[in-house]
Write a protein that binds this ligand. Structure first.
Ligand code: NAD
Ligand code: UDP
Length: 320
């Protein structure tokens, strides 16, 4: 395979660090830019040994200058956990809007392919179930999740406008809840929260009645979807849903994690966050058709086992 020069924005985060490793293992040169807002240096420590890897601390809300010639840009830069993006909403909007525009300009100057990590959040509190790409969504534009949801929606608009106006090669994927090693202990998302709470023997924080649903995808399945999306022809922009259609209630998730960790933790009810979507499940028929038969392969129980092992390593439970 021909060696490519690839920029990964947000490469010190959960998904980005896995993507960088995969690209390096495939023999490519990777330039990771990240402002370390929600990323972690320990995610990239093991990548520094690859001769083809460069890390540059940079905030994408400012233009990034690069002297070489890029073949691909992956834009993963954006806090993804509600706790993180709601803590700095204006920075979140700037990242999705100004940051994405800066990277699209870079893609345009390099005549390279640009992949945008969009999200199932563009569907908001969906009234159509499961969600397919032709559903335009139900987002509260002035709510506390809007900095993320509307920022990502605007980023999709920008991608399509660059494509139509300048012919930029863009690819948009709408990622559904993804989990795995390299998530932060204090990330605030449901799987990291529940695993850490279960390992510590703390109460499991169920928001609302726990009957809201999500469809959880293991990181490896997302990576194979990203790779197949990049291999599609230049005229295929997406958006494409990348997620696992197996849907679970939050209570079912909690029970599974308690059982897999053999934890004595008890369930504790907390108020439901504002605008929390009631259900989410991807329709992946477009992905399966366009991405060469792509389908997630790793079920929730198997993926959770791998993730639990990771958290056990980095966070020694009290009982260990
Ligand atoms: P993450 O928070 O672990 O990673 C995001 C990374 O982007 C971090 O390293 C952070 O420091 C960096 N970053 C944030 N703002 C930046 C800026 N202005 N300039 C440079 N770097 C910046 O989140 P993640 O789960 O790895 O998500 C990666 C991408 O995938 C995000 O764009 C997110 O919206 C998207 N996504 C993720 C999921 C999921 O379930 N993990 C679901 C849907 C979409
Ligand atoms: N959630 C929960 N307890 C937690 C964290 C999250 O019950 O400690 C719920 C949350 O209300 C939501 C779901 O789990 O319904 C998924 O939340 P997460 O923050 O992981 O991602 P979201 O899909 O909301 O962006």
């Amino acid at each position: 395979m021909k060696q490519k020069e690839i920029l990964v924005a947000g490469g010190a985060g959960f998904v980005g660090s896995h993507l960088c490793r995969r690209l390096l293992d495939d023999g490519h040169k990777v330039i990771c830019i990240d402002n370390l807002h929600t990323g972690q240096l320990n995610n990239i420590e093991s990548l520094l040994k690859y001769p083809g890897y460069t890390f540059i601390k940079h905030d994408i809300i400012y233009p990034f200058k690069y002297d070489g010639h890029l073949n691909e840009i992956y834009n993963l830069a954006c806090p993804a956990s509600p706790k993180d993006y709601q803590a700095q909403p204006i920075q979140t909007i700037k990242t999705s809007v100004i940051g994405t525009m800066n990277l699209l300009n870079l893609a345009e100057n390099n005549h390279c392919t640009f992949l945008q990590a969009s999200t199932s959040e563009v569907y908001g509190d969906a009234e159509i179930h499961p969600q397919s790409e032709n559903y335009w969504g139900n987002v509260n534009p002035i709510g506390i999740r809007a900095c993320y949801d509307e920022g990502k929606r605007c980023a999709e608009s920008l991608c399509m406008d660059y494509h139509r106006q300048f012919g930029t090669k863009v690819k948009i994927i709408r990622i559904f809840n993804t989990y795995g090693p390299n998530m932060r202990v204090d990330d605030g998302r449901v799987i990291s929260n529940f695993i850490v709470q279960a390992l510590r023997g703390d109460d499991i924080t169920i928001y609302g009645d726990g009957r809201q649903t999500r469809s959880f995808q293991y990181i490896d399945d997302l990576l194979s979807g990203i790779s197949k999306m990049m291999q599609t022809s230049d005229d295929f922009t997406g958006p494409v849903n990348i997620g696992n259609p197996d849907e679970y209630s939050i209570l079912e998730l909690a029970e599974m994690i308690l059982q897999l960790t053999n934890s004595p933790s008890k369930l504790e009810t907390h108020p439901m966050p504002i605008d929390d979507p009631k259900c989410r499940r991807p329709d992946i028929s477009l992905a399966t058709t366009m991405l060469n038969g792509w389908k997630p392969k790793i079920g929730l129980e198997e993926g959770l086992k791998g993730t639990i092992e990771y958290f056990k390593e980095i966070h020694k439970p009290i009982s260990a």
